[in-house]
Design a protein around this ligand. Structure first.
Ligand SMILES: [Zn+2]
Length: 214
């Protein structure tokens, strides 16, 4: 049970009051509990949503929360990971593509500079990073029981500009080649996992996603 009846984030927490915040939070819960008879439904909530104040679990001693997410916890794993570049300017579009087109909500993220490029090392140093990335992926495939790997490379990726010293249009053929070879490599490594690759393209403000011809 969460502290669903308490909204401490409505007033900004101050660091000077942190030592006593837990007491304040507990006092607030007790205050509300005194107003609301134990286990009685509130006016706005249905019976199934009614807080059962007698069962409120305050959890470990923590400073007062600074924010509470509107997202609700869903314990079900989707069994898919998307591997893409760390570049945050693309992040929302990656999310939208995975959620709305690929239909993989709550997918695992493996975000690294260059994304799939990490699995196509061109230097000895990059090979060390590649092994580390493979270790991460091994863990996710095994422990999170992945059934699908989605590779996304994006247009104008700074990782490719650094490696190839070429303009975005000139980097594209290399990126598409990496997408194919990395896809084949991972498919061989994880035989029971489906591996797909996509290019995230940008023209002006428009971002589109493309499945390269195999
Ligand atoms: Zn990038």
């Amino acid at each position: 049970m969460t502290r669903s009846g308490v909204r401490p984030e409505s007033t900004p927490a101050k660091s000077t009051v942190l030592p006593s915040t837990q007491k304040v939070q507990r006092a607030k819960v007790a205050e509300v509990a005194a107003v609301l008879p134990a286990d009685s439904p509130t006016v706005s909530a249905g019976p199934s949503d009614a807080p059962r104040w007698s069962t409120v679990d305050l959890g470990p001693e923590l400073p007062m929360s600074v924010f509470t997410s509107t997202e609700r916890w869903n314990a079900e794993r989707i069994g898919a990971v998307a591997i893409y570049c760390s570049d945050g300017r693309w992040g929302e579009a990656f999310d939208e593509f995975c959620h709305r087109n690929l239909q993989i909500p709550r997918y695992d993220r493996l975000a690294m500079a260059g994304g799939p490029a990490c699995f196509a090392p061109r230097t000895e140093r990059a090979k060390v990073c590649c092994q580390a990335a493979l270790d991460h992926l091994d863990f996710l495939v095994k422990v999170h029981e992945l059934k699908r790997i989605v590779l996304i490379t994006h247009y104008g990726c700074a990782a490719y500009a650094e490696q190839l010293h070429q303009e975005p249009d000139e980097c594209l053929p290399v990126q598409l080649d990496d997408l194919r070879t990395v896809g084949e490599t991972l498919q061989r490594r994880y035989e029971s996992v489906k591996v797909d690759g996509f290019l995230a393209m940008r023209r002006g403000l428009t971002i589109s996603f493309h499945a390269p011809a195999s």
